[in-house]
Design a protein around this ligand. Structure first.
Ligand code: GDP
Length: 202
C-alpha cells in the first residue's frame, strides 16, 4: 500500500469523544520509548507526524491520524513510565481499556516490543490482557537495526520474548520485525493493514 496522504486529526481524551467510527482503525501501543512515534513516522513517511520525544509519559490522549482518506491510525499513549503517578496510571488504564474494548471499528492493535531488551513483565501482562479480552492484536519488534551480531543476535533476543509468551499462549499472534532506521517491516505492516482494510464492513 502506498501512503498518499497522512494527517494528524486530533487528540481525544476518551473513546466516546473520538471521531465517528466509520473507517477501519489500527491502534499502536507499547512501553514508553519503544519507538512508537518513530515507527508511525516511518510507516507514513512523514517525519514529525508523530512526535519523537525523549520525555515520555506526558500525553494521555488517543491521537488520531487519517491515512489515505480511508483508514485511521491511532497512537495510544505508552505504558510503563516509572515516574507517572498512581492516579495518572489508573486514568491511563481506564482510557486504554475503554478504547480497546469498545471501539467498534478497531481492526487490530499493534503491540510494539523493543527487540533490544529482554522480555518485560509489563508487556507480557498487557498482551495477556488483550488475549483475555479477545482484542485482535499483532506484535511488532522495534529497533531491530540496533542488534549487533546480525541474524543470530536478533533471533536470540526475540526468541526469549517468544519463549516467555509461549508460557501463556499455545500460539503466537502474527509478528513483524521492524526498524525505523532502515525501514525494515514497512511493506509487511502496510500490506497487512491493506488486507484488513479490504475486510472492513461499514
Ligand atoms: P516512543 O516513546 O515509543 O514514541 O519512542 P520514540 O519513537 O520517541 O523513540 C524512542 C527512542 O528510540 C528515540 O531516541 C529514537 O531515536 C529511538 N528509536 C526509535 N526507533 C528506532 C529504530 O528503529 N532504531 C533505532 N536505532 N533507534 C530507534
Amino acid at each position: 500500500m502506498e501512503i498518499k496522504y497522512a494527517e494528524f486529526m486530533g487528540s481525544y481524551p476518551s473513546e466516546n469523544q473520538c471521531p465517528k467510527p466509520r473507517y477501519p482503525e489500527y491502534a499502536f501501543i507499547g512501553r514508553s520509548n519503544v519507538g512508537k512515534s518513530s515507527l508511525i513516522n516511518m510507516l507514513t513517511e512523514k517525519k514529525g507526524l508523530a512526535k519523537v520525544s525523549n520525555t515520555p509519559g506526558k500525553t494521555q490522549t488517543l491521537n488520531y491520524f487519517q491515512i489515505n482518506g480511508n483508514w485511521f491510525l491511532v497512537d495510544l499513549p505508552g505504558y510503563g513510565y516509572a515516574k507517572i503517578s498512581k492516579k495518572k496510571r489508573f486514568e491511563w488504564e481506564k482510557m486504554i481499556a475503554n478504547f480497546l474494548q469498545n471501539r467498534s471499528t478497531l481492526m487490530c492493535a499493534f503491540v510494539l516490543l523493543d527487540a533490544y531488551v529482554p522480555p518485560q513483565e509489563i508487556d507480557v501482562e498487557f498482551i495477556n490482557w488483550l488475549g483475555e479480552m479477545h482484542i485482535p492484536f499483532v506484535i511488532v519488534y522495534t529497533k531491530t537495526d540496533r542488534i549487533r551480531g546480525g541474524e543470530e543476535g536478533q533471533n536470540k533476543n526475540i526468541k526469549a520474548i517468544q519463549d516467555e509468551l509461549l508460557k501463556y499462549w499455545n500460539e503466537l499472534p502474527q509478528q513483524f520485525i521492524s526498524s525505523s532506521s532502515n525501514k525494515n517491516g514497512r511493506d509487511e505492516i502496510l500490506s497487512f493493514i491493506n488486507q484488513l482494510n479490504q475486510q472492513f464492513n461499514k
